[in-house]
Design a protein around this ligand. Structure first.
Ligand code: CFM
Ligand code: HCA
Length: 528
């Protein structure tokens, strides 16, 4: 495997080779390993990454169902972020529900030249007159930052004029090095302007699901399981998310963190301000779901609840494993590559393990070193100029609302046990000789496929068809190829069935990439 890595690197010019080598790790669990992450992609390399606007509007804020989200910019940015992520939602009793709509200022050349603030104000007024929403978000696209429209002043003034919350996000596409910057900006805005404003008591055991986006209905399967255990989901950040629910999210007992990358900022800030600890969970995979539920049992320390959780685990595991068994028989020993955003490349390894499969290469598009190496590495991460551009909020305990959920000693113990406020990252779960590749390029992906011959590659739309044309099935783990849910016990069964259909479909052996049949151009690469 070391040779394979060296052969990839050899193809690059010296400077690029030096950079890319740091993003590739051959796992050796006997020693702590470091990986380079969250830095600029080398220009010219075909990356899977997206932009800051995608991370803020597309990922974190867009799924909130009862707010109007206005994209200030050219229509392409609005159209791109209009439901393509398959984040699902339902209207609440108050009827405020705008998920199917696409709101945009549709900037034109003259707005770029003379400024777009007037148009933005008009758009906010128009949206308000038609829909009377409870709150509005404004999202800046690249040109807005370049021409200097002051969206924050517009938000403040229009909020006063209309008497509703209007929150502006400076999430211009070029900010930061990937979507990740947009997550941080979105977390800051939500936390500063919306979370923790309504002190409405919640009954029973309550959690917020952080970093769960309800792709293909995942959040609803998680809710079903928690509900069976006797635990209520107070709010979800941000799949099927609700402005009203966020205002009282600080009243929940504990935060569950599914996607650490996109929402760890919120978890940390809520703990500092309101005293809510967080538990890293993974509801992808049968065993992973049970493990997550047991962490909750350990946190709540209630015998009746623990008993109920164990009962649910027993019943649900049995049913799921029975349903998975025939697929597992055909999948045992197969291998997978996993390249997804900032958390799924880790989470889905548990689900593949349930199917008897092995992940031999995995990588994130834009995660940070803590998502690979664990949070212990946080104090050692160098903050470069690209990250310094993104504001860190100064958060203090709220004088009235801070309520510790556990005494400090107990909290410390729970942390040492790996229950609260900790994340170990992806690499520790990957065995010797497996490969970790950060921000993989198309070239590296094709090369590794030829050398390691995986049975399936899980990735996104940018490389799906390249993979399939090479005769290897590809499963999109972003939008689930229009299917799902894959979370929880029932989701695992759906996934097993689909992976079996893909891998054990005989048609792949007949596929020949068009460029293999008749190359459009021929050439030779001479490396001196
Ligand atoms: Fe978190 Fe996500 Fe992901 Fe992500 Fe994304 Fe996504 Fe993703 Mo696509 S928030 S990091 S920015 S789990 S949109 S729902 S699938 S890349 S692995
Ligand atoms: C995004 C959204 C995306 C893209 C998926 C893909 C998603 O990053 O802007 O590249 O296939 O999940 O929809 O990650």
């Amino acid at each position: 495997i070391e040779d394979v890595v060296e052969n990839i690197i050899r193809v690059y010019p010296t400077k690029v080779a030096k950079k890319r080598r740091k993003h590739i790790v051959v796992r050796d669990p006997s020693e702590p390993q470091e990986i380079e992450a969250n830095v600029r992609t080398v220009p010219g390399i075909i990356t899977q990454r997206g932009c800051c606007f995608a991370g803020c509007k597309g990922v974190v804020i867009g799924p909130i169902v009862d707010m109007i989200h206005i994209v200030h910019g050219p229509i392409g940015c609005s159209y791109y972020s209009w439901m393509t992520r398959r984040n699902q939602g339902v209207p609440r009793e108050d009827g405020h529900y705008y998920l199917e709509y696409c709101f945009s200022t549709d900037m034109q050349e003259d707005n770029i030249i003379f400024g777009g603030e007037k148009k933005l104000r008009a758009a906010i007024r128009e949206a308000y007159e038609i829909f009377k929403p409870k709150a509005i978000s404004i999202h800046a696209t690249c040109p807005v930052g370049l021409i200097g429209d002051d969206i924050h002043t517009v938000a403040k003034e229009m909020s006063k004029e209309l008497g509703i919350d209007i929150v502006a996000f400076s999430c211009e596409g070029y900010r930061g090095v990937s979507q990740s910057a947009g997550h941080h900006i979105a977390n800051n805005g939500l936390f500063e302007h919306i979370v923790g404003k309504d002190d409405i008591e919640l009954d029973g055991y309550t959690v917020n699901c952080l970093g769960e986006y309800n792709i293909g209905g995942d959040a609803w399967e998680i809710e079903r399981i928690l509900d069976r255990c006797g635990i209520k989901v107070a709010s979800t950040f941000s799949g099927n998310g609700s402005y009203t629910e966020y205002r009282r999210a600080h009243m929940a007992n504990v935060n569950l963190v599914q996607c650490h990358r996109s929402i760890n900022y919120m978890a940390e800030m809520m703990e500092t301000k309101f005293g809510i600890p967080w538990i890293k969970v993974n509801f992808i995979g049968v065993k992973a779901t049970s493990k997550s539920l047991r962490k909750l049992a350990a946190f709540f320390e209630d015998d009746a609840l623990t008993e109920q959780i164990e009962k649910v685990i027993e019943e649900e595991e049995r049913a799921a494993e029975e349903a998975i068994a025939p697929y597992r028989e055909r999948l045992e020993g197969k291998t997978a590559f996993l390249f997804v955003g900032g958390s799924r490349a880790h989470h889905y390894q548990d689900l593949f393990r349930d199917l008897g499969m092995k992940t031999i290469v995995a990588g994130y598009e834009f995660a940070h070193r803590d998502d690979y190496e664990g949070r212990d590495v946080l104090p050692y991460i160098k903050v470069d100029a690209d990250s310094r551009n993104i504001p860190e909020l100064d958060v203090e305990p709220d004088p009235e609302r801070f309520k510790p959920r556990k005494d400090p000693e107990k909290l410390k113990k729970l942390k040492e046990m790996g229950i609260v406020d900790t994340y170990e990252g992806m690499m520790k779960d990957m065995g010797s000789g497996t490969l970790v590749v950060d921000d993989i390029s198309h070239f590296e992906l094709e090369y590794l496929m030829k050398e390691l011959k995986p049975d399936i590659v899980c990735s996104g739309i940018k490389d799906k068809y390249v993979i399939q044309k090479m005769g290897v099935p590809s499963k999109q783990l972003h939008n689930y190829d229009y299917s799902g849910p894959f979370a929880g016990y029932k989701g695992a069964v759906n996934f097993a069935k689909e992976i079996d259909m893909l891998i054990n479909n005989p048609s792949w052996s007949f596929a020949k990439a068009p460029w293999e049949a008749s190359p459009l151009i021929k050439g030779a690469l001479i490396i001196e």
